[in-house]
Design a binder for this molecule. Sequence first.
Ligand code: AMP
Length: 542
Amino acid sequence: MAIFREFAQLCEEIEKESGKKEKARLIGEFLRQLSPEEGRIASHLFLGSFPAGRRIFVSWNTLMDTLGEMFPLSPKDLQKIGKSAVDIGEMVEGIYKRWGRYKSRGITIREIYEKLASLAELEGKGAMRKRKTILKGLLVGMDSLEAKYLTKTIVGEMRIGVKEGMVLEGLAYAVGISIGEVRKGFLLYGDIGKTVENFLSKGRTALLSLSLKPFQPLQPMLAQMAYSVREAFEEIEGDLALEFKYDGARVQIHKEGDKVMIFSRHLNDLTSSFPEVVEEVKSNIKGDAILEGEVVAVKEGRFMPFQEILRRVTRKREITRMQREIPLKLFLFDCLYADGESLIERSYEERWERLREIKGGIALAERIVPEDVEKGEEFFRKALESGAEGVMAKALKGIYTPGSRGKLWLKVKKSATLDLLIIGAEWGYGRRHNWLSDYHLACWDREKRELLMVGKTFKGLTDEEFEEMTKRLLSLKVREEGKVVYVKPEVVVEVAFNDIQRSPRYKCGYALRLARILRIREDKRPEEADDLSAVEKIYHSQ
Ligand code: AMP
């Protein structure tokens, strides 16, 4: 709970600080620790515009009368002190320090808000007396610093050099998003308190949900890795559901009236690659919607490898032949918008319900809400037997957080894998002598923004893939030293391994044992490769 005295202390610091950036940072640090509701209150307090849009009706005279009742000061004394004061807050602080016998009782900013709100509501006969009583009630439980800032708030002049723009800067800092996005949110919410409250509770989602509409794709929500179903249960707060994790292409489907568009994970337009999905959506979904799902290649009842889907995406001209050769199946798993309403702030539980209502005959991802870990592990085995890659564990109460890899969704695969960047490769021997084959694999150290090598492998690719990869890596070459060709880190590969060992061989102190490439992650950008913490996590979970 935010204590008003801490707020007052912070105001002192802000006032002394001359740099605008530094002032905003101080505000941000403070906002970051608050609940969304407290954030709303604090933002009004910083600006002395409290309570929002209402007038408190405490005049200078009322304030002086109240102080007169609390301290051994005649009206004449007060008048004299008042005349020489530049700032009423400092004047009150001076009085407290000179004649002070009151101690802080640690009032919270919420209590202050409630009390001042009640002041604003007083009207009619006796209102003046009641105002004084409330004010005195507040002031006798305060020390000089609190009294100083309470008075400043009441008169609406903080004089600490904080304007609305600076509170927004602090908010951007607290939430970790750009000031541009926060300003846009402010324009749409129209009120500083509401803006702060919404961004603190929903992060970037606060903005998106306001502007969400069909044909404006949004960054998909991402998942972190869990190393077992049990770990998913431990990591996710509250109840969870498990869904099959299909090995296909993620699609974001937008529909309005008769028009349907399909976007990829990186928001590229895939509409013309998947005509049968467009038709399926048109004939099943009645209203407007934004849906998410996975499109999988299926032949004779079996899931085909992920690469098959890629062929459907890359060979656009031969689409009719491709449709025959690589039949698709769509599994829906989320509903982000339906009939004019954004659902991303709703819980996953509610979104799933809505999805069930509107899906018509389209398949949903196979799913259970397991009662316990054992039931979850049973479902995980079933997923693997059916040819799925594993399961996705999703917090029932979780909102949809676009573009972020949080703990509301966790992926559990058969064995842990890492998505690593190829930073170099070595010319092969014998049969491989024309190919770059021994790949140097690296993960990120995100803080230092550098790549750390964690292993090498020449296993896992087909001859055709080796040939392709050699061409690709040579086009990314930056230098050659002995038999090693160093390349621009652009290619992400999913790597399996037997275990991770502590090893002095690499700077990061870890090495993958018996690494092999499972597949080339064409769908991942370099910055999406795993970082050292993922390596450490697997090491400790072994
Ligand atoms: P990864 O690409 O390994 O980070 O795993 C996340 C991806 O799994 C998502 O981007 C989807 O393409 C895919 N996926 C498959 N099935 C599901 C599902 N039921 N829910 C969410 N994502 C899924």
